[in-house]
Design a protein around this ligand. Structure first.
Ligand SMILES: *Cc1c(COP(=O)(O)O)cnc(C)c1O
Length: 439
């Protein structure tokens, strides 16, 4: 499999290079030269398969012979050693719980796979890869836990001091081992500027192999198609239903793009809802075909507060820049904070089921789609639940006026000792820190 850039002016590369570099030299995003496809016969063979069997089958299509099958199998087993429950709330409505990984958010699916692929290729190259990430919270924790203990890799995380929640800070600063946290006296933009400067610092890049782990990396995207594929097969076997409609809480649109990839691979998926909060650049594009990104607005579903989504270029590319073609597969629905709160309430009242604000946006979007008569009304709806409610405990407890349980793997983090190095937002401090890391 060969990967080329959406900007089409850099040379095509292997999955190894696409994984280790993330972004193409021309600034574009890597996409497979041709989308692989499962034949009817291949899909029949996957009936009754486990999550990991399906994950392996898809990974093999994208990676080809570049990783031997038995080693790829080990990587998949290692990544997904937790469940992916599909919970039925009523006759036609399901929630796919993507929060059972170590950081209780769906980013574990992408980050763990990317980490192990990076480790595999780094070992092949006999190099130590340094992953440099600026984070405002959620991405950083998935990356920290994804790379923790992966040989031939280490992570340096930069986060803005005093601007992440206590829980997030504990997730960022307690992984230890090959994960180093830098607490920056500044804001998230300072962290991003520092990281960008490091990537173009010729002296530093001579002594270190730097890479990023953000959501534009194709090896973070491919594994997110696994849970769409699995749910589309499982819902038929277990519940006798088919061609589900997925409602996807969207920020950078990596998650939705991975869903579209699963459909292009041939898995039986009916339709998608792109659920957004007040950051509705893509919703408006789906309405009128004009892409006019607005500045980011702060909402209750913070991980979806993205004004100009980085994966949107890839999504558009997959539809040949054809707005009508995208519209046949995807309906955009934007949900307000007020509706988000009302939905957390109503889902709890009706089903006794607690959802986080991101999941609530997707849940509400599915309801609106159905009441607005969006077509496809007979299709079963699957709401992707991207975070465990305890990650947003303040919002949930304020809304429901009751205590909620915090899973042990989260509560135990609160007792661990924070380990972080405080730096200023002056680039020289970051450069000297990186320069002093072991070689
Ligand atoms: C990152 C994130 C999202 C948005 O996913 P994208 O792939 O960026 O669209 C939604 N919910 C939660 C909880 C997240 O952490």
């Amino acid at each position: 499999m060969i990967y080329f850039s959406t900007n089409k002016s850099s040379i095509p590369v292997s999955i190894k290079q696409a994984t280790l570099h993330g972004l193409a030299p021309d600034g574009g995003l890597y996409i497979p030269s041709e989308m692989p496809r499962f034949s009817e016969a291949e899909l029949r063979l996957l009936e009754g398969a486990t999550f990991n069997n399906i994950a392996f089958a898809i990974a093999k299509k994208f990676i080809g012979a570049e990783i031997p099958p038995d080693q790829l199998g080990d990587i998949v087993e290692n990544c997904y050693n937790f469940d992916t429950p599909l919970v039925r709330l009523d006759a036609n409505t399901f929630v796919e719980e993507l929060f059972c990984g170590p950081t209780l958010a769906f980013k574990d699916y992408g980050a763990r796979f990317l980490a192990r692929l990076t480790g595999y290729f780094a070992q092949e190259e006999q190099r130590l890869i340094t992953v440099l990430v600026a984070t405002s919270g959620d991405t950083g924790s998935a990356v920290a836990f994804g790379f923790q203990g992966v040989p031939n890799t280490r992570v340096v995380l930069l986060y803005p001091s005093g601007k992440v929640s206590r829980l997030q800070e504990q997730q960022l600063t307690t992984a230890g081992g090959n994960v180093h946290a830098l607490e920056v006296r500044g804001d998230f933009d300072d962290c991003q500027r520092l990281v960008k400067q490091a990537f173009v610092d010729p002296q530093l890049n001579q002594s270190l192999t730097l890479t990023s782990a953000n959501s534009i990396n194709i090896s973070r995207l491919v594994p997110q198609s696994f849970y769409y594929a699995w749910a589309s097969m499982h819902i038929r076997e277990r519940f006798g239903m088919k061609d589900p409609l997925f409602s996807v809480p969207s920020g950078n649109y990596g998650n939705l793009t991975a869903g579209v990839m699963a459909k292009m691979l041939g898995f039986p998926i009916g339709h998608f809802i792109a659920a957004s909060n007040a950051n509705d650049s893509v919703t408006r594009y789906l309405d009128d075909g004009r892409y006019d990104p607005h500045p980011t607005i702060t909402t209750l579903s913070t991980a979806m507060d993205v004004g100009n989504p980085s994966n949107f270029a890839r999504l558009r590319y997959f539809y040949g820049n054809d707005h009508a073609a995208m519209g046949r597969d995807i309906t955009g629905i934007s949900v307000s904070d007020q509706e988000t709160i009302a939905t957390i309430h109503s889902v709890y009242d009706r089903f006794g089921y607690v959802i986080d604000p991101h999941t609530a946006v997707a849940f509400r979007a599915l309801e609106r789609y159905r009441t607005d008569g969006g077509g496809n009304l007979e299709l079963p709806g699957i709401v992707l639940s991207t975070a465990h409610p305890s990650k947003f405990i303040e919002t949930i407890q304020d809304t429901l006026r009751r205590e909620i349980d915090i899973p042990e793997r989260l509560s135990s983090l609160l007792e661990k000792k924070k380990q972080a190095t405080l730096i200023s937002s002056d680039y020289r401090e970051l450069a000297s820190y990186l320069d002093n890391l072991d070689r």
